[in-house]
Ligand binder design. Structure first.
Ligand code: GLN
Length: 274
């Protein structure tokens, strides 16, 4: 059992952990920041704390996302609670948030927006924070995820209406100026899936070619959009052509595509004609 900070960091190295991850775990368990940690190499670790830390480092070495071990993840300037019931919000998804915020700017009054498959609430909450005049709703199938999302909304003081249900089901008869979603889109046989085994599979992959939920959203969106309203969808790096085709066949116009931080085509949008 490591007796001080230096010993814990050296154990982390031998387990193959990133130094930054080890420092963040250690800082969180000591309730200190990294600056403190770096200048307190010889600070002692109580045995119980050291035992918990070794357990966490072992889990991290086995691929457990750091966000689950810390219980939080930063997204678009918000610090969100995340649990294994929710996907860990990705920086790539900030592309979707930024785009929605740009579309909201010229909309007068109190534009309405819904986030389908909200998970931790990341997208809905970041949009509400960035454009407080928007009336923001969010849907998820998972009650456990909604509990996390509601907790985030409460802690951040952001007014978002959360609803439980399967995609469009809780939205019967309602229309929105903007619909956004980061649905599960990874193909069932994708070689990246095993590395994501700690996250909820239902939030990552619909199976098959990964397109089924994207197509369901494109099919159903017109019944829930105001005239001239926008649908914004995050998708896989190779799914942009299929998404654009489906948007166009369904009657969407002004199609657009944006790339993520890594330069991959990541978010597609279409406008329902006015
Ligand atoms: N972008 C995530 C990943 O590749 C997947 C998110 C999703 O399926 N919606 O890890």
């Amino acid at each position: 059992m490591p007796g001080d900070v230096r010993a814990a960091l050296s154990l982390a190295r031998s387990l193959g952990l990133d130094r930054l991850d080890a420092q963040l775990l250690l800082a969180a368990s000591l309730k200190q920041n990294r600056a403190w940690l770096i200048s307190h190499d010889d600070a002692p670790l109580a045995p119980a704390l050291a035992a918990t830390l070794v357990e966490q480092m072992t889990q991290r070495a086995a691929g457990m996302p750091l966000a689950y071990l810390l219980g939080e993840q930063e997204f678009h300037g918000l610090l969100l609670t995340v649990t294994p019931d929710t996907l860990v919000p990705r920086a790539d998804t900030e592309t979707l948030v930024d785009w929605a915020l740009e579309l909201l700017v010229p909309m007068a009054g109190t534009p309405s927006l819904v986030d389908l498959g909200t998970g931790s609430g990341a997208i809905a909450l970041a949009i509400k924070a960035g454009h407080p005049a928007a009336i923001v709703s969010a849907v998820d199938l998972s009650p456990a995820a909604l509990t996390v999302a509601q907790g985030n909304a409460h802690r951040l003081g952001l007014d978002v209406a959360f609803m439980q249900g399967n995609w469009w089901q809780p939205l019967l008869g309602r229309r929105f100026d903007i619909i956004v979603s980061n649905p599960p889109y990874i193909a069932g046989g994708d070689p990246h899936l095993p590395a994501l085994q700690h996250e909820p599979i239902g939030a990552l992959s619909p199976g098959g070619d990964g397109l089924s939920d994207l197509l369901l959203l494109i099919e159903g969106a017109p019944a829930h959009l105001t005239k001239g309203g926008w649908l914004l969808l995050e998708h896989g790096y190779d799914q942009a052509p299929a998404v654009a085709e489906a948007l166009s066949v369904r009657g969407f116009v002004d199609l657009g595509l944006r790339r993520d931080l890594g330069g991959q085509p990541r978010v597609s949008a279409g406008r329902w004609p006015s």
